[in-house]
Write a protein of this length. Structure first.
Length: 171
């Protein structure tokens, strides 16, 4: 499909239709920026977690054993290579047991995916009062910390097992 010939309003309409289809497939839970919803769905599917309700405070999913998981994701592109995750609020409350963080490429390929124990986050994050929470960058020493587990393989396996629906445009 050559998008160059489409008018702006047609591109926006196509994006809306894609979002609606992803939501009907259960991949997205909202019509907001799809990065967070996609990450939550991918992690839950790959690791056998149950997604929490959208209104659940402090965590996004739970394991069968009751472990609470916060999921954060970032999509990088050539113009914005920042690996800063979304703000982690109320870190001191311990509302989750581990943070799963994903960096996607511009085309939604998994670049980094790690599981970080709650106890490790404060060592690598900085509290910022102006955003009322902790800021964490997924890079450097954090990625080589022995307590941080790389989960790219599990996520990649889930992605490769997803069937394509008839009529879906693919590369």
């Amino acid at each position: 499909m050559n998008l160059i010939n489409l008018q702006t309003k047609d591109l926006l309409k196509l994006q809306s239709e894609v979002m609606r289809e992803l939501r009907s497939r259960g991949i997205l839970r909202t019509m907001n920026n799809p990065v967070g919803d996609y990450a939550e769905w991918l992690v839950a599917s790959a690791l056998g977690l149950k997604l929490a309700k959208n209104s659940a405070a402090g965590h996004d999913a739970e394991s069968e054993t009751g472990k609470k998981i916060q999921i954060k994701a970032r999509r990088v592109n050539p113009a914005n290579k920042s690996r800063q995750l979304g703000v982690i609020r109320n870190l001191e409350k311990g509302d989750f047991d581990e943070l799963i963080a994903i960096i996607f490429s511009e085309s939604y390929e998994v670049v980094e995916a790690v599981s970080i124990p709650h106890s490790v986050i404060s060592e690598y994050s900085t509290h910022r009062s102006h955003v009322n929470g902790h800021v964490l960058h997924l890079r450097g020493a954090l990625l080589s910390d022995s307590r941080v587990r790389d989960i790219r393989a599990e996520l990649s396996q889930e992605i490769s097992q997803q069937p394509q629906k008839a009529g879906v445009i693919s590369k």
